[in-house]
Write a protein that binds this ligand. Structure first.
Ligand code: SAM
Length: 222
């Protein structure tokens, strides 16, 4: 598949952020899913880095969710990993790029996951408004600039005791001040910082921001 996808901030990022712990945190991914993951890397398709995926797998193994919501399917790598780790879980996953969505459907089918996946093509902000029921795990991995806008709805969709795992919240080190924020990305960084402030001060959530991969905000609904 030809990949015409680019992040709005690709041109201003300094590339992958490597933490001191990354060397220890290599995910153990089933062989077939790993070959899709390597192909996604080779094609420049966005997918969770090693350390983030390793952390995601560990948290999922502890939480054992039955209903998972993912915002940002891409071609289905993290979705497939989550379904592989959480035997019996159902996944709802949302993607707005049609070419990614189409490939994700094929990939889920190839892994035998079709019956456990509700893949939705659309804008996450619109789709979450129409979702029903509660989820015990939410993997937030789409437009970072919208995280804070999605938060009130995601809190409603999250079961008590459920986990909201938000990826990339340290944005290449821009948020911690390790790396200077490029001028044209100040607004993006401000919105992500707003998300961090919101989840860390929210009375209904316990949240820890973890220096893992590009930064994860791990929230649990009280
Ligand atoms: C980091 S990638 C997801 C990677 C995937 N979770 C994985 O680890 O394999 C982010 C994805 O979110 C999608 N996306 C960005 N904004 C979106 C939105 N508003 N609604 C739905 N999808 C969106 C992008 O097209 C991209 O495929």
């Amino acid at each position: 598949m030809e990949n015409n996808f680019t992040y709005a901030h690709n041109d201003t990022s300094s590339g992958e952020r490597i933490t001191p712990t990354a060397q220890f945190n290599i995910p153990r991914v089933n062989e077939k899913i790993n070959s899709l993951r390597q192909s996604a890397f080779a094609r420049g398709i966005p997918t969770a880095d090693d350390e983030t995926l390793s952390f995601l797998i560990t948290v999922l193994s502890a939480v054992k969710p039955e209903r998972i919501l993912e915002l940002g399917t891409a071609v289905g790598v993290s979705g497939a990993v989550m379904l592989d780790v959480c035997v019996g879980a159902q996944l709802t996953t949302v993607e707005r790029e049609e070419a990614f969505y189409d490939e994700a459907l094929k990939n889920f089918a190839a892994f035998g996951f079709t019956a456990r996946v509700n893949a939705v093509l659309g804008d996450a902000g619109e789709v979450i408004g129409g979702l029903e029921g509660e989820f015990d795990f939410i993997f937030l991995d789409c437009a970072k600039v919208q995280y804070v806008k999605y938060l009130p709805r995601l809190k409603k969709l999250l079961k008590r005791g459920g986990v909201l795992f938000a990826d990339d919240v340290l944005l290449y080190g821009w948020i911690t001040g390790e790396v200077e924020i490029p001028k044209k990305r100040k607004m993006l960084a401000a919105h992500v910082k707003e998300y961090i402030d919101a989840v860390t001060s929210d009375g209904e959530l316990f949240t820890t921001v973890v220096n893992c991969g590009d930064g994860v905000a791990l929230s649990v609904k009280k």
